[in-house]
Design a protein around this ligand. Structure first.
Ligand code: FES
Length: 119
């Protein structure tokens, strides 16, 4: 890699990894890893759909929050939440992609139906 040591970005829960250059956004890395991060605004900190969570103790592997993240995420930053279109990798890091809300709703409903006593 032209920009120094390659950086490993691992996406959970699917455990998909991309090797990227320093300064790559998490959104770009997720695409390379084929780990779907939802987005609607095209990566301009407008939709807030690309939120991911950095695994504990690894916040230093990402760039400092951008002004847009500070404004839009506020206290969530303290919980390790970042906008994947804004956060740039500086070192090896593991990030967690939240479950798609529609899939989560379907999963909950199926679990409820499994618990129902049909007879
Ligand atoms: S892609 Fe829309 S806020 Fe990041």
């Amino acid at each position: 890699m032209a920009d120094g040591k390659p950086i490993r970005v691992r996406f959970l829960p699917d455990d998909r990894t991309a090797v990227v250059r320093r300064g790559t956004t998490l959104l770009e890395a997720s695409r390379k890893a084929k780990a779907p991060v939802r987005t609607r605004c095209g990566g301009v900190a407008g939709c807030l759909m690309c939120k991911v969570t950095v695994e504990p103790g690894q916040a230093g592997a990402l760039s400092e929050p951008t002004p847009a993240e500070l404004l839009k995420l506020g206290p969530l930053l303290n919980d390790g939440v970042r906008l994947s279109c804004q956060a740039r990798v500086q070192g090896d890091v593991d990030v967690r992609i939240p479950e798609d809300p529609l899939k989560a709703a379907v999963r909950r409903r199926l679990a409820e139906q499994a618990d129902d006593d049909l007879w």
